[in-house]
Ligand binder design. Structure first.
Ligand code: SF4
Ligand code: SF4
Ligand code: SF4
Ligand code: FES
Length: 600
């Protein structure tokens, strides 16, 4: 790594050759203001607010685009620099309607902060009076063009981070506007509602409808956690105020997604319309009635404790945490001898002995085969990686018998029976990547063996925590007719058992651990209310086998409890000690996941 030594504001600074002045300054803790620049985007030098003085240069230069060279001398706050920045701010504030007290971003706006920093306390020039429209056609967002400073962050984020290319710039000069596709209303455009543009916008030009005016950053708290909507496990931040979830942001530091989130992760959890169960329920005289936790758990313990191992059935959703899956296995399978256990979602076929590839590998691939999986629908952030790779020149081959969201981006679309053609192309590639899911037939998996040692294989599991569920023995093969006591741990998952309801033994005692009412809870003898994603701590294992932390952002609603705690209390009632605290159980669960993964 070649290093250049420079001086910024008289301070010696060393940074890698090729770094910009802005990057070198930030590494040394020296603040240079920015507006169009964002660490996750390619710099374009559009707003000029980062201008600095460099000895020997004819004019002020943009720190965000200018690379450092050995011996460079930089001044970031010289009188000339400050005067130029003030002028830029005066022009920006005059150009559109930046009347801050009426803006959602007030108090949390990068433009406003710079106004305060450089003493812009009045309009120096008469304000431009043209009123731009507001686009409120999007289901989650609105765009207030009057607050837009045309920094282009949103447009670049939509292309460079999400590879969706919905946003662009239309018109020229002071009539310039951000627009969607060929100037369609946002709500009718190709936008996939990932919200990345919202997160990078430095002003109040893009806001989200649900949390607008409900709390500025200083009034809120933020908790880092892991999304539980699919098996990618994106890192995110939950923003809360007074115990309520206001909004969800992506976590730029998260290793998995590096700032990406999809609609399922960012918006859907905020609009969950389902009926929440908030108290333990026990069936008496044919009706479910609220009871105490002690009473509910005792009745479960009495029936479970009296049953033989072969009479007990256990069904789990892949939404359960690692800790809950560990306890389900430990208590029911190892302690009580249950063998009839199952998972509510399907599992991707087991590939031949091959280390699991990482999602980050996708970006380096030159040929990407997607076999029997549709990440656009099921694991959207993985599809962002694929589309970004295609933008950079990778060839995408979709091998699927059904409709596939990646088909329009593919160089070749094939039916599964024709997988051989894709394998031939992948063989000639330098770095082929295979993404596969539940739609990959046995024959397809067999053919893929030809790429063993050549390609990297990335599994796209359906469900959230399928990796851990399978590790703890929960897979397909549950037989509902054989059970006398059924323990179903649904968590937040909708009941997807369909006909299984009819097949469950008529006299079976049904216990359902769930957050929401469903056809299964209606049939239950005992219902145990379970905390949802924002109310629980623990961990999840993503499709790569990466264990990720889940943190509690708000208290559980009503009497709900986290999935692992319910199982821990039940174990106590049954006289079994399976770990005293979450930390203890988490350590045991992770140890077992790692141990079993090494044995594969
Ligand atoms: S929400 Fe996502 S897809 Fe839609 S315009 Fe913004 S960045 Fe693009
Ligand atoms: S909408 Fe926001 S991010 Fe996009 S150009 Fe305008 S100010 Fe910049
Ligand atoms: S890709 Fe999956 S884990 Fe990531 S935000 Fe979307 S639903 Fe959540
Ligand atoms: S931040 Fe450098 S030009 Fe905008």
């Amino acid at each position: 790594m070649e290093i250049a030594n420079i001086t910024i504001n008289g301070q010696p600074v060393s940074a890698q050759v090729g770094s910009t002045i802005l990057q070198a300054a930030r590494q040394a803790g020296i603040d240079i203001p920015t507006l169009c620049d964002h660490p996750a985007l390619i710099p374009i030098g559009a707003c000029r607010i980062c201008l600095v003085e460099v000895t020997g240069q004819r004019t002020l230069i943009t720190a965000c685009t200018f690379p450092i060279t050995e011996g460079m001398v930089v001044q970031t706050e010289s009188p000339q620099v400050v005067m130029a920045r003030k002028l830029i701010l005066d022009l920006l504030f005059s150009e559109r309607n930046h009347f801050c007290p009426f803006c959602e971003a007030s108090g949390n706006c990068e433009l406003q902060n710079l106004g305060y920093r450089y003493g812009v306390d009045h309009w120096l020039y008469s304000t431009f009076t043209k009123a731009f429209p507001i686009d409120a056609t999007h289901k989650h967002l609105f765009m207030e063009h009057n607050r837009c400073i045309l920094c282009g962050r949103c447009e670049r984020a939509c292309s460079e981070i999400v590879a969706n290319h919905t946003l662009g710039l239309r018109n020229r000069g002071n009539a310039s506007m951000i627009h969607c596709d060929a100037s369609l209303p946002w709500g009718e455009s190709t936008c996939i509602s990932c919200g990345t543009c919202l997160q990078v916008c430095p002003t109040g030009a893009i806001s989200d409808k649900r949390s607008a005016f409900m709390g500025r950053d200083v009034q809120t708290e933020s908790t880092k956690t892991t999304c539980n909507r699919c098996s990618i496990g994106c890192g995110m931040e939950v923003v809360t105020r007074a115990g309520n979830v206001l909004r969800i942001k992506s976590d730029w530091d998260a290793e998995m997604n590096g700032g990406r989130l999809c609609e399922y992760g960012r918006f859907d959890p905020l609009y969950d319309p389902r009926d929440r169960i908030t108290s333990p329920l026990l069936r008496r005289k044919g009706r479910l009635e609220p009871v105490s936790w002690d009473e509910a758990l005792q009745s479960v313990a009495d029936r479970v404790g009296a049953a033989q191992g072969q009479e007990i059935g256990v069904l789990t959703s892949s939404n359960s945490t690692n800790e809950a899956l560990y306890l389900l296995n430990k208590l029911f399978c190892q302690e009580l001898g249950a063998k009839n256990v199952g998972l509510l979602n399907s599992v991707a076929p087991k590939l031949f002995d091959q280390p699991r590839g990482l999602l980050a590998d996708i970006v380096a691939g030159d040929v990407i085969m997607v076999v029997g999986a549709d990440p656009v629908k099921d694991q959207p952030v993985a599809s962002f990686f694929v589309k970004r790779s295609v933008d950079k020149g990778a060839r995408l081959i979709v091998v699927d018998d059904g409709e596939n969201g990646l088909a329009p981006f593919a160089y070749m679309n094939l039916r599964i029976a024709d997988i051989g053609r894709a394998i031939e192309i992948a063989h000639r590639a330098a770095q082929p990547i295979v993404l596969y899911g539940i739609g990959a037939s046995e024959a397809a998996v067999k053919s893929l063996k030809a790429l063993q040692g050549k390609a990297r294989f990335v599994t796209l599991e359906p469900g959230v925590n399928t990796f851990a569920a399978v590790t703890f023995g929960f897979n397909n093969g549950f037989k509902p007719s054989a059970v006398k006591v059924l323990y179903a741990s649904l968590g937040e998952q909708d009941w997807s058992g369909g006909d299984m309801l009819k097949a469950i033994n008529k006299g079976a005692f049904v216990v359902v651990q769930a957050s929401f009412a469903s056809p299964l809870t209606e049939k239950a003898d005992v219902v145990l209310p379970t905390a949802i994603w924002s109310e629980r701590a623990g961990s999840l294992t993503n499709t790569e086998g990466r264990v990720q932390k889940v943190n509690k952002a708000v208290e559980p609603r009503g009497g709900a409890k986290p999935d692992w705690e319910i199982l821990s209390l039940l174990a106590e009632k049954l006289g079994r000690k399976l770990g005293a605290s979450l930390d203890e159980i988490a350590a045991l669960a992770v140890q077992e996941i790692k141990y079993k993964e090494n044995q594969r």
